[in-house]
Design a protein around this ligand. Structure first.
Ligand SMILES: Nc1ncnc2c1ncn2[C@@H]1O[C@H](COP(=O)(O)OP(=O)(O)OP(=O)(O)O)[C@@H](O)[C@H]1O
Ligand SMILES: [Mg+2]
Length: 360
């Protein structure tokens, strides 16, 4: 006598008992289940999480297997764990129509490590499986190509610019169009044009995340950018000294003024691990980034130590996240990326919920 076929509705019912650990909503309502197939006692389906490299993936997978395993008649589960990053911004005409999320990386002050954080966090997202672009919008001192060890220039195809592919991300930078040592002077309308070109004339294609490495401060580029495209939000980088913290406050206020949410704060050069004795030295004092984040009511994303490997990697075009992925700083960049991905996913879902509530 053959067993009764497994009931699809019962499978979905069982899956409804599993909640996304960050969104606290069941995974069926979130549309995460795809390609459900039932053949005899074998059940096959895909669970698409909202962030790639989600650290809670194993937990979700376990709960899904347990829930489906309890459905009468199920003998085998063929489960694929995937990710589909949701779109947080409206598609904007011909500028980056296929980019799901845009994250600007800024700071109040120069030299605090925006480019280092942009490069390594973008690479950490790519290593987790996301499709990633990095736009070096520091038109005054672009150095992402150097930090990534890029020597080639982008190709032009049918009057559009192909970004350079490096370590699995797409890169575009003003550095590709400047001669060495040539200063750039930008005025308002030119800047507007350049930003539009960087977005619209570059073949970014489909991206889960586009990171934008900003010049320091609260100047024209930041404002222009927020006028040209919708931004998912901004990440602010600071060092722990009081002077840097004062400036990060200004940067946060500026982003708020132009309705760009601050997604989080990273404290860079947070402390030094003495290479000789291993003691933790707090060169610039410590903990100010976390306190500022609390004061502004924004998430704190992490503390990156002052590390010789990070500095050398930047100078030599060997980013630690790719070239030394097991190092302390690389693991911290990975954690920052995971936190940021979760924050974006939660914000996007909350926005969607609010829109739905407003419609009904
Ligand atoms: N955690 C770190 N440990 C050691 N060196 C670091 C660290 N972060 C950044 N640096 C070094 O500090 C210098 C400045 O960093 P970076 O260029 O990333 O800052 P920035 O904020 O982008 O600067 P700018 O304002 O000029 O754009 C670089 O030489 C970089 O390699
Ligand atoms: Mg920089």
């Amino acid at each position: 006598m053959s067993a009764a076929p497994v009931d699809r509705a019962k499978i979905m019912e069982a899956l409804r008992t599993v909640k996304d650990p960050e969104l606290h909503v069941d995974i069926v309502s979130l549309g995460m289940i795809e390609d459900l197939q039932v053949e005899g006692g074998t059940v096959a389906f895909t669970v698409n999480l909202t962030t790639p490299g989600c650290p809670l993936k194993a937990q979700v997978e376990k709960e899904v297997r347990e829930a489906v395993g309890r459905v009468p008649g199920v003998q085998a589960i063929q489960l694929k764990m995937g990710a589909r990053v949701r779109r947080s911004i409206e598609a904007t005409g011909d500028l980056i129509p296929e980019v799901a999320n845009v994250v600007a990386i800024g700071s109040g002050k120069g030299g605090v490590g925006k480019s280092t954080v942009s490069v390594n966090v973008a690479l950490a997202f790519a290593r987790a499986g996301a499709s990633v672009g990095l736009l070096d919008a520091d038109i005054y001192g672009p150095n992402d190509p150097q930090m990534l060890g890029v020597k080639e220039r982008p190709e032009i195809q049918e009057r559009r610019i192909l970004p350079v592919q490096v370590h699995g991300i797409k890169l575009m930078s003003m550095a590709f169009f400047l001669k060495d040592d040539e200063p750039v002077i930008w005025r308002g309308p030119m800047l507007h044009g350049a930003m539009k070109q960087f977005l619209g004339d570059v073949v970014w294609g489909r991206l889960d995340y586009l990171f934008i490495d900003l010049p320091p401060g609260t100047g024209d580029v930041q404002l222009t950018l927020s006028q040209v495209i919708p931004l998912t939000g901004a990440v602010l980088v600071t060092t722990p000294q009081d002077v840097a913290l004062l400036d990060v406050r200004k940067a946060a206020a500026m982003f708020r003024k132009v309705n760009v949410p601050v997604l989080g704060i990273v404290e860079n050069m947070s402390y030094l691990n003495c290479p000789h004795c291993g003691e933790r030295l707090e060169v610039f004092s410590h903990g100010g980034g976390r306190r500022s984040a609390e004061a502004f009511g924004v998430p704190f994303l992490g503390e990156v130590p002052l590390d010789i490997g990070v500095r050398q990697g930047g100078d030599e075009g060997r980013p630690p996240v790719v070239c030394d992925p097991k190092s302390g700083p690389s693991l911290i960049f990975k954690e920052i990326a995971e936190k940021l991905a979760a924050i974006i996913s939660v914000n996007t879902y909350r926005k969607y919920e609010q829109e739905m509530a407003a419609r009904s």
